[in-house]
Design a protein around this ligand. Sequence first.
Ligand SMILES: [Zn+2]
Length: 100
Amino acid sequence: MTIFKRRGEIADMLAKIEAIRNKIEIADSLNDPLFKQCRTEGLLLDISKVYRHIRIALPEHVCPWCGGKGCSDCRTTGMVSPYVWGMAPEQLKKDLLKRA
Ligand SMILES: [Zn+2]
């Protein structure tokens, strides 16, 4: 699974987004004049949205729908993120783990 080896790229991006979000939250709480022209409430919501979009790309589990062969649910990668894994039916996950 080539993309599994590259999961650090996504993890790094998520960490950077998290750092930006934390910095803006601190600036907002301190009423930092550097960010006065930002609408920090909306900005934080947008950052959270970007975080969630990228988080879906994190390859963490073998796709429970296709067992790693590639399908429309994993967009042919054979891998899914923890978020997508959490949405999969429990029986599919149990069946996949039995095959492992
Ligand atoms: Zn799949």
